[in-house]
Ligand binder design. Sequence first.
Ligand SMILES: *Cc1c(COP(=O)(O)O)cnc(C)c1O
Length: 368
Amino acid sequence: MPNQLGPEYVRAIAPYQAGKPISEVAREFGLDEAKIVKLASNENPLGIPESARRAMETAVAEIGRYPDANGFDLKEAISKRYNVPQEWITLGNGSNDILELAAHAFVQPGQSVVFSQYSFIVYALATQAVGGRGIAVPAQKYGHDLAAMRRAITSDTKLVYIANPNNPTGTFIPPNEIEAFLQAVPKNVVVVIDEAYNEYLNPELQYESTDWVRQFPNLLVSRTFSKAYGLAGLRVGFGLAQPPITDLLNRIRQPFNVNSLAQAAAIAALNDSAFLQKSAKLNADGYRQLVQAFDELGLEYVQSFGNFVLVKVGNDDGAGARVNLALLKKGIIVRPVGGYGLPQWLRISIGLPEENAAFIAALKDVLA
Ligand SMILES: *Cc1c(COP(=O)(O)O)cnc(C)c1O
């Protein structure tokens, strides 16, 4: 193959399908941008917290300089907030960066990575990008089957990805099950627990994954500022792990992977507990609004612990794409999940009450 550039495993990667931007849908369907409702990327419908906006405005003055490559102030804030040493923290350009760094640091071509069917597609992409072999373990009720995932680990497995809550299905794994899994996994296998939606969990479901980081040297926990903190466009997240893992991730990350505005905004957002509470409350109310409509319409959905709901919109494999297109024509952007092997389903991000209502009205029309 003289003209083929790059390794076969890179050429085989199917690009990540992001939620359609509002501007693109407006152009494609001849709609007014202001009337379009986007419930497609699990963003916080409140947008950026005021505290973070102010911090960024101050930080703009120094934008001519490189950011702090070590992110000292942000690490300090995370360290205080989670009561962990700075030596445990890796900052990432979104938590996506942390997920990819883990694959780069621990997986060589041909080695395997275990994750769940219907879990975040980035796990498969990050695995493939380093020539790893992804093992997608069949899901149980749309969530992780940790016992089966444990059995799927072989002598060449280097990494396991777990999402809790999971995207796109919204399922939650109780902490006792995760702890049992961590006890059972071979010590030379790194386990990533991706907690992108942790801030949306009810207080009674909250658990301290930092206790596990203390206990398990092969554990990496990832968190993001993209969801409940309302900073998706800035790209900032972080990983928590003991120094041997953290040290490796920090060697291979780009020196300036988190920009100065993102660092400043993240510090402000991290300490803005009022904003987090408001976001969680809005989300819980919006969840009830959506599932009540699904119940009325007789639609099956998966109980969600995140800021989105997976709903089944038909019984044939064209249903998701068909309903999605009909919704787009009405200016409602949601997320088809055919790429996840769920062609009968759509994932709806929970929006403002009026956005949820607009989606529900459009869905009723489309299904009538
Ligand atoms: C949204 C999401 C992320 C976070 O992505 P960022 O790169 O931090 O914006 C990570 N994991 C899951 C499961 C997600 O849904």
